[in-house]
Design a protein around this ligand. Structure first.
Ligand code: PSV
Ligand code: MN
Length: 388
């Protein structure tokens, strides 16, 4: 097995993007539990994200969701972020919270609704120009609840046409990142239900269209690491939306339900060159913290990804290749499990200390006084929530 020192170079390249919406109030369809100190605007969300980075060194960018994070002056938001040592990352489109989108957005049968959704996405590219963002992320609420409700094939044709109009607006260094989800809010058929459909549309659009894999968007038992392998092989794995998945798309902390799955995913990322110098994959969290404290939960989440990445890097790949080629089933399995069972926490604590970071980021955050300060300072105004 490689030593920890031998994997440090690769580990250094791991960067995790945090979502602005993780810092706002959130909940289930039953109840949103407000927390004290929650941001009132995108500037305060960026400040919270910068705290995650300050304690972990892992989270240099924050994703925005439009219109939740609409501001008058995105250049100012960009500079504010830079002043705190972070930057604005992916711009996420939102065509799921407007009455017009009841029957879909980019796939809608009504030309006016479709044009509205396309215009929203092109406006998001204007925002990217101001924030210096590379990625436009599109997740669609489009789908149908009942067989016969709409023509499945016509919807695919409209989707292809709409996406082409959005793609045409991108600058040369920008990408369209298409996210799939097999159910919800539609339950009979969704228009981008799986990686294959996302891939088909991306391939038709061009090289700068890539797929986003949200770990919560799969049926139980799906072999997600196989999808990672295939998309890397095809050069179309653009981004992850990391979260957990106990039963369905729970948006809980990545690695909570199944750290072994996270290890297997990160192993395939490493195996497929996704952590190599110059890799363009965006490792983003797509999470909400409904009952736990938000900033420490984000810190815990980025550390979970780092821990499983370190273990994935520790896989003895030459021993594994030898065992595979000899048909040594048990030997190959043992190589994987040896790496998975290696406790890397003390090595990572030292790794952090040697870089001037706190060895225990959650404890350091708790001692920093930031949580108390925002509770005192953030009074008045309206707390941000899922939808604002
Ligand atoms: C949809 O479930 C999704 O995963 C998309 O990424 C949305 O943008 C996000 O959740 C909103 O939290
Ligand atoms: Mn997502």
């Amino acid at each position: 097995m490689p030593t920890f020192a031998e994997i440090e170079g690769a580990l250094e390249r791991l960067a995790i993007e945090v979502p602005s919406w993780a810092y706002g109030n959130s909940g289930t369809r039953f109840k949103v539990f407000a927390q004290p100190g929650v941001p009132r605007d995108p500037f305060e969300k960026v400040a919270d994200a910068a705290e995650v980075n300050r304690h972990t060194g892992l989270a240099q960018s924050i994703a925005l969701h439009i219109p939740w994070d609409e501001v008058d002056d995105f250049e100012r938001l960009r500079k504010f972020a830079e002043g705190l040592g972070v930057r604005i990352g992916t711009i996420n489109t939102n065509t799921f919270q407007d009455d017009d989108y009841k029957l879909g957005s980019l796939c809608h049968h009504d030309q006016g609704v479709r044009a509205k959704a396309i215009a929203h996405m092109r406006r998001c590219v204007d925002i990217m120009d101001a924030t210096g963002s590379r990625d436009l992320k599109i997740w669609l609420p489009d789908g149908t609840n009942y067989p016969g409700q709409a023509d499945l094939r016509d919807r695919q044709e409209r989707l292809a046409d709409s996406l082409a109009q959005v793609y045409a607006r991108l600058g040369p260094h920008q990408r369209l990142v298409l996210e799939y989800k097999f159910f919800e809010p539609a339950f009979y058929a969704t228009d981008v239900p799986d990686w294959g459909t996302a891939y088909v549309h991306c391939a038709a659009l061009g090289d700068r269209a890539v797929v986003c894999l949200d770990t919560g968007h799969h049926a139980p038992g799906t072999n997600i690491e196989f999808i990672v392998t295939q998309l890397l092989r095809l050069g179309r794995l653009g981004a992850f939306d990391f979260n957990s998945r106990f039963y369905a798309d729970d948006d809980l902390m990545v690695g909570a339900a199944d750290p072994f799955q996270l290890f297997r995913i990160m192993y395939e990322v490493v195996r497929g060159g996704g952590l190599d110098e110059g890799s363009q994959i965006c490792f983003m969290l797509d999470q909400c913290h409904n009952i736990e404290e938000k900033i420490p939960a984000q810190i815990r989440s980025v550390l979970n990804v780092q821990e499983m990445t370190a273990r994935a890097l520790l896989v003895d790949r030459s021993a594994l290749a030898a065992a595979e080629l000899e048909g040594d089933v048990l030997g190959a399995s043992a190589v994987m499990m040896d790496a998975f069972y290696t406790d890397v926490r003390s090595d990572l604590a030292e790794w952090r200390s040697s870089r001037g970071l706190p060895s225990d980021p959650v404890a350091a955050y708790r001692c920093s006084g930031y949580a108390d300060r925002i509770v005192v300072e953030r009074v008045g105004g309206t707390q941000a929530g899922w939808g604002a």
